[in-house]
Design a binder for this molecule. Structure first.
Ligand SMILES: Nc1ncnc2c1ncn2[C@@H]1O[C@H](COP(=O)(O)OP(=O)(O)OP(=O)(O)O)[C@@H](O)[C@H]1O
Length: 307
């Protein structure tokens, strides 16, 4: 891992004894293109981890490696198994919705349940029926007659009816409206998460998922630049809201990011508490996940928008 990544990763977040995923120096390549560079992290049980990064940051590649679809350098263990060499055993024990997931359009929901029962030993049709009751979809509906949001709900109901310890979701709410996204996340948290199971979820809806997450991993151009619990994030990163008159002094203290809050007031984020004389120039506020994301990932377009 690069110096930058090491500086921002959080060893206190790792609990190897409870870990469902352990990666050390994980590197992923497509020919000469490096999609992920020497990432080390672990995901313990009972966590809801957001995987954030701009387009091309490496999120899908990492998820593919976790389910054995992409060869990896370094070491990787998922549910105690090697994804590449014990893929079949692994797939019996985890749920995965890839970003390109589709359900067969010709099928009825009841037929999908029969299919799942045949393919996945840990699938419970009774559980899927329970979960479907949360949606407006019935078993006799055909996939081709459902809206995009309904299809996604069916997909989640089918996958969440698998008795697994780990769920990996690659941008599961892409293309859904805000109500559909909300009901998707409600079903996920209320019906699947039980304090023992963990979810790794990639998304661009940073603001929306903040309240769901226990932890966040941020990728920037293939580097893991932050891996931290939301609790520790609040303790570690300090944002100061300040008057324009103090902007120069604040800038000289080298914050991670200077930005404008809603309402136009200036603010700056520091990694750790700034010196007392700098802290005295502003009012401490809580940095949002979006603000931190902008501070730690380099997307010129986004930075320009916030300036
Ligand atoms: N099949 C492939 N062949 C070559 N390069 C690839 C391939 N798939 C991905 N890449 C490259 O690997 C890098 C990471 O891509 P990846 O799809 O993992 O990013 P991502 O964070 O999921 O992006 P997005 O948010 O746009 O889905 C990118 O530079 C991409 O161009």
């Amino acid at each position: 891992m690069t110096t930058h990544a090491q500086g921002l990763s959080n060893p206190a977040n790792s609990q190897p004894g409870d870990a469902l995923i352990t990666a050390h120096d994980l590197t992923l390549r497509y020919g000469s293109k490096t999609a992920l560079e020497r990432a080390s992290f672990s995901i313990p049980k009972g966590r809801v981890v957001g995987l954030l990064g701009h387009n091309g940051a490496g999120k899908t590649s990492l998820m593919k490696a976790l389910v054995g679809l992409l060869p990896a350098d370094g070491s990787l263990s998922v549910l105690g198994l090697s994804p590449r060499h014990q893929r079949n055993a692994l797939l019996e024990q985890l749920c995965y919705i890839p970003d390109v997931a589709v359900l067969p359009r010709w099928a009825k929901v009841s037929e999908l349940m029969t299919l799942m029962g045949g393919l996945q030993p840990r699938f419970s049709a009774a559980r899927a029926r329970e979960l479907l009751k949360r949606t407006s979809v019935s078993e006799s509906d055909k996939v081709k007659n459902l809206s995009k949001g309904m299809v996604t709900q069916v997909h989640l109901a089918l996958v969440a009816a698998i008795d697994a310890r780990l769920m990996i979701l690659d941008e599961p709410t892409l293309g859904l409206d805000v109500i559909s996204r909300k009901s998707f996340y409600e079903m996920l948290i209320e019906e699947w998460c039980d304090g023992e199971r963990s979810v790794l979820i990639s998304t661009h809806q940073v603001e929306e998922v903040e309240s769901l997450l226990s932890d966040v991993m941020m990728l920037d151009e293939g580097r893991l630049v932050l891996n931290i619990s939301l609790e520790d994030m609040d303790k570690r990163f300090v944002a100061l809201s300040h008057d324009p008159a103090t902007a120069e002094a604040i800038a000289n203290a080298h914050p991670l990011l200077r930005y404008r809050q809603q309402g136009g007031r200036s603010a700056a984020i520091f990694d750790g508490a700034p010196p007392a004389e700098i802290a005295a120039l502003g009012e401490r506020i809580r940095p949002s996940l979006v603000d931190l994301f902008m501070a730690l990932t380099r997307n010129p377009a986004l930075h320009a928008k916030r300036a």
